[in-house]
Design a binder for this molecule. Structure first.
Ligand code: USQ
Length: 418
């Protein structure tokens, strides 16, 4: 099958490309490298060194013996999007090219607008281009479990049967997101569902839980590593906890730490996306998949990171700073996740084994963590206008005045680096 991946240079896009190539699919990617620029903007970088894209393509050629096609460009440019779809004629499009950080979207008005305008524009451009030149393609769109929020009832996969004042219907389950970023995904979901209905497009909306991990079976060489973010803006909870333990910083379980989320290992998240691609939705179908394996509280994650750190002789401590987010710190959480299992998905990775693997990798790149230790502790506040001094009132992608010099282990800049 021919698959187009938007956001192929990113954390999930890159290992997905490797996995689909290894499975014998034709893969072509698209990216504008904005994540690399945005991570630099907050003064950080990936713990794993990420080569410039042409070097990544060369490594794929050498290690996997496969050709990864690529278009550099921006989904904000409709002519570019239509041109790529018309030239490549993909059978499936996996749309990952969105601003993916909740804290980034909460920095200030500019970052909120950048997130919502960028995410919604890219999705609408893809939908219109599909209608114009690729109406038979299947769109697999990356959404988020965070669209649902944390209601005090079970969470179905997208839709539920409801009876109100004596009448029944099957309706989209109410969304109640917790950041401007998460709301952008809610609005996207509405647009994808509507485009399916009016144009008969095949669409799958993936309600993705928090992904953790660094490795997939295809990553057999350091040149094939995916990025690993650990700063307060781009790093997700578990990634940050492990980096904090290595750096001797407190593990920051916000508030009571009883916030629960759905989690999935990177390798299993890639498996799920591949299954969604290989089992397309039907014409006019808007299919929703809740994509996570298990719900853990932030405290449980902190404890796993602490336990593995202790095994490795690292003296970690867990702290509970006031929660910078506006979220329930104790709540019911029971989302359903059966659709992917029905399509053949099986969990392959356990939390503590992946945590050990991340520690092993990050200890090798400890110098890169050390060089950015000043961007690990939280500064962005959901409530007040008073974000940390390095972030307040700057337009997206303005250079960060406080960013330190590059350590010598950064790859030579033969193009964009991360
Ligand atoms: N948290 C801490 N300490 C930290 C960082 C986070 O306690 O140092 C807590 C947060 O308060 C939150 C939970 O951990 O309760 C999850 O936060 P996160 O930063 O790991 O994840 P989140 O902001 O929800 O976003 C991430 C990805 C996003 C994806 C989402 C899936 O960045 O792209 O959509 O996970 S979900 O969480 O299911 O919405």
């Amino acid at each position: 099958m021919k698959v187009l991946i938007t956001g192929v240079d990113g954390y999930s896009g890159w290992p997905l490309a490797l996995h689909l190539l290894a499975r014998g699919h034709d893969v072509v990617g698209l990216d504008n490298f904005v994540t690399r620029r945005r991570v630099k903007e907050v003064g950080s970088w990936s713990a794993t060194p990420i080569p410039a894209f042409p070097r990544r393509q060369a490594a794929v050629r050498e290690v996997l013996g496969k050709e990864l096609g690529f278009h550099r460009g921006d989904l904000a440019d409709y002519d570019f999007v239509r041109q790529v779809l018309a030239t490549e004629r993909p059978e499936a499009i996996v749309h990952l090219a969105e601003q993916r950080s909740a804290p980034y979207s909460m920095i200030d008005v500019h970052h909120a607008v950048d997130t919502q305008v960028g995410n919604l524009t890219g999705t609408l451009h893809l939908l219109y281009a599909m209608r114009e030149v690729a109406p038979d393609a299947h769109l697999v769109k990356m959404g988020t479990m965070g669209e649902y929020g944390t209601p005090n009832v079970d969470i179905p996969e997208g839709f539920f049967e409801v009876e109100f004042r004596g009448r029944k219907d099957r309706l989209p389950f109410p969304r109640s997101a917790g950041s401007w970023y998460h709301w952008s995904k809610v609005f996207d979901s509405g647009d994808v569902m509507y485009a399916s209905r009016i144009w008969g497009l095949k669409t799958t909306d993936v309600m993705q839980g928090v992904i953790y991990g660094i490795r997939t079976p295809e990553i057999t060489d350091d040149r094939l590593l995916t990025r690993f973010d650990f700063d307060e803006t781009w790093g997700t909870a578990l990634n940050r906890f492990i980096a904090q333990a290595i750096l001797g910083l407190p593990i920051t379980a916000y508030g009571k730490g009883e916030q629960k989320r759905g989690f999935i290992a990177l390798e299993d998240s890639i498996q799920s996306l591949r299954i969604a691609v290989e089992h397309p939705a039907g014409p006019g179908e808007y299919r929703v998949l809740n994509q996570f394996d298990a719900a853990y509280s932030v405290n449980e994650l902190a404890e796993v990171a602490h336990r593995v750190a202790s095994e490795l002789g690292l003296p970690a401590t867990i702290e509970h700073p006031a929660d910078p987010r506006v979220e329930l710190e104790q709540h019911y959480y029971n989302p359903l996740h059966d659709h992917l299992v029905e399509l053949g998905y099986r969990r392959t990775r356990e939390l503590s084994e992946v945590v050990r693997e991340i520690f092993r990798d990050l200890l090798r790149f400890r110098r890169r963590l050390e060089a950015r230790r000043h961007v690990v502790l939280p500064t962005v506040q959901w409530r007040s206008a008073d974000s940390g001094p390095a972030l307040a009132a700057r337009r997206p992608s303005e250079p960060t005045p406080s960013a330190p010099e590059k350590p010598s282990d950064e790859p030579a800049p033969a193009g964009p680096t991360a």
